[in-house]
Design a binder for this molecule. Structure first.
Ligand SMILES: Cc1cc2nc3c(=O)[nH]c(=O)nc-3n(C[C@H](O)[C@H](O)[C@H](O)COP(=O)(O)O)c2cc1C
Length: 191
């Protein structure tokens, strides 16, 4: 797997989930580059009328769709809001799930990670996200799980992931994701 698109389901500047993606960029296996998507805030709320009048979605949606289609894999870093997926992330996935049947998330390798300030490290949000990605027919990495609980303690003041165990786990997930993506998309692996 050569190109991975990282998407954090948070709009805030200091998002732990975006910091987790930054750590993933640092810990990616040789030959894999992770680009972190930064435009989630410009994706409008899904509206079938807007979709119709813009021929599939406005420019920001089309751009995200193109980025997802071009990536060998998607790394989703989800916060947990009230035991679920933040609306901004669900909303983006809803746009990406259309138009069927050419939806870009179908058969796309996806890995899920998540950080939260609470003790359960987005366990419920990740389970909910898996259910959503079942609907989009994406290929979701079964494990290992990255449940970054008590996120404030895992990063230093510069935003670097400094927790040794979490760095090791994230590195293991990225290596597993590379193997998994090549397995489910052997054509890409051969290129
Ligand atoms: C509306 C809202 C609901 C939240 N609900 C949960 C929750 O159910 N479980 C949890 O662990 N953290 C919850 N949190 C705390 C988030 O984990 C915390 O804000 C985290 O920093 C969000 O991710 P981010 O740093 O990437 O923005 C919630 C935060 C907000 C704003």
């Amino acid at each position: 797997v050569k190109s991975v698109l990282g998407i954090a389901g948070s709009l805030r500047q200091g998002s732990y989930n975006r910091l987790l993606l930054r750590a993933a960029q640092e810990l990616a296996p040789p030959g894999t580059s992770i680009v972190v998507y930064q435009e989630l805030g410009s994706i409008p709320l899904y509206d079938a009328d807007l979709e119709r009048t813009t021929g599939g979605g406005p420019a920001a949606v089309q751009q995200l769709r193109t980025l997802v289609a071009a990536a060998d894999g998607i790394l989703l870093a989800t916060p947990e809001y009230n035991h679920g997926i933040p609306g901004v992330l669900k909303n983006a996935i809803d746009w990406l799930s259309r138009p069927a049947p050419e939806e870009v998330l179908a058969a796309k390798p996806v890995a899920i990670i998540g950080a939260s300030s609470g003790p359960s490290g987005t366990r419920l949000a990740q389970a909910a996200l898996r259910e959503v990605l079942y609907a989009t027919e994406s290929f979701v990495l079964p494990g290992p799980a990255i449940l970054a609980s008590g996120a404030a303690r895992l990063f230093d003041d510069s935003g670097k992931l400094v927790d040794a165990a979490m760095r090791e786990r994230l590195q293991a997930l990225l290596a597993a994701f590379g193997r998994f993506a090549d397995l489910v998309n052997p054509r890409d692996a051969a290129q």
